[in-house]
Design a protein around this ligand. Structure first.
Ligand code: TRP
Length: 330
């Protein structure tokens, strides 16, 4: 049997190019070799926490599903589903809570960061913290352990969560006998921290993102607005800048060499931005067409998700049956 690779993305915003290079592209490439059995899903229950309205959750889920497909996810190869389509996840989550020490959750980075920010602002440590945020890592452990996952490709920021899933699997196995596969993280390094338009980390809260599938005129405008230094046209330019960072992730090896020469010879910023726009647009255009198609024919996407969910649930039910038996409720 092939080893299981599983990863999820939260639908908490419109997908941007940082998401593509940080996670989606590599996950899709990993699914193209037939080496693993791949499970990729939309972590909608994990998004509940940070979204304000039902409308937002619906729209971001739709955009994310269409994005995965537009970027090349092949639903014949990948089990593609929504977390909320697998009710076994939340049942397993409850069971896992009972082998998870509270102290482990107290040490979770996301929870600690919010407690520290609250204290710094003179508020109660738990101000605005709900149990969804607090138990977030246990739900994530359930996502992972339900499918006998061996490898979890994630960015550095999720490393601790996968380690927690591993700990939780071990606690369960120790108490009830071996029932859960112990997972490992696969850290996706290189491009996990693509800068935003202003040079800071690309983030919704800074408003400095380049959406993956905005239309061409918007894309051009955004690229033209990338922050650059005041070097004059004809003066040599440093490649240590946001603009060149994008060139490095989007362009071919050859083009990168050509562009670094042109930087040395003093290409103007306007010209460099035009070049970047052309490079980016050439890669994104065919994906954008697919994206627009799926957005307009979303019932087709929903069909695919439902099929994925039916397939995923067969395995989820098996695991849950094993777990229920182990704990004595069957
Ligand atoms: N917490 C992950 C993130 O914010 C998303 C996620 C939820 C996930 N469940 C998962 C990732 C299981 C990998 C495996 O990016």
């Amino acid at each position: 049997m092939k080893q299981i690779v599983l990863t999820g993305i939260k639908p908490t915003g419109t997908p941007h190019i940082g998401n593509y290079f940080g996670a989606i592209k590599q996950a899709i490439e990993m699914s193209e070799s037939d080496e693993y059995d791949n499970f990729y899903f939309i972590a909608d229950y994990h998004a509940l926490n940070s979204l304000k309205t039902a409308e937002e959750l619906k729209n971001y889920t739709k955009e994310l599903a269409c994005t995965w497909l537009a970027c090349g996810l092949n639903p014949d190869k990948v089990t593609f589903y929504r977390q909320s389509g697998i009710p076994e996840t939340t049942e397993l989550c409850w069971i896992l809570m009972n082998v998870t020490p509270k102290g482990l959750m107290d040490r979770a980075h996301a929870y600690k960061a919010s407690a520290e920010a609250n204290i710094a602002a003179g508020k109660d440590a738990d101000d605005g913290v709900n149990m969804g945020l607090y138990n977030y890592p246990i739900l994530m452990a359930a996502d992972i352990l339900l499918f006998n996952t061996k490898f979890v490709p994630v960015g550095q920021d999720q490393k601790q969560h996968v380690e927690m899933a591993r700990d939780i699997a071990k606690y369960f196995n120790k108490k009830y006998g071996y029932s859960l596969v112990v997972p490992q993280e696969r850290i996706q390094e290189q491009t996990a921290t693509l800068s935003g338009l202003d040079g800071r980390k690309m983030s919704k809260s800074y408003g400095n993102q380049i959406p993956l599938f905005c239309d061409e005129t918007v894309l051009k405008k955004l690229i033209m607005s990338i922050k650059t230094d005041s070097t004059l046209p004809n003066e040599p330019k440093s490649t240590d800048c946001t603009l060149f960072e994008y060139i490095k992730v989007f362009a071919s090896e050859e083009k990168i060499v050509e562009m670094s020469n042109r930087f040395a010879y003093g290409i103007s910023w306007a010209e460099a931005k035009m070049e970047l726009f052309n490079i980016v647009n050439e890669i994104i255009s065919p994906m954008r067409e697919k994206y627009n198609y799926y957005m307009e024919h979303y019932s087709e996407v929903e069909e695919l998700l439902k099929k994925g969910e039916a397939k995923a649930r067969l395995i989820a039910k098996e695991t849950l049956e094993r777990v229920r038996k182990a704990i004595g409720v069957n």
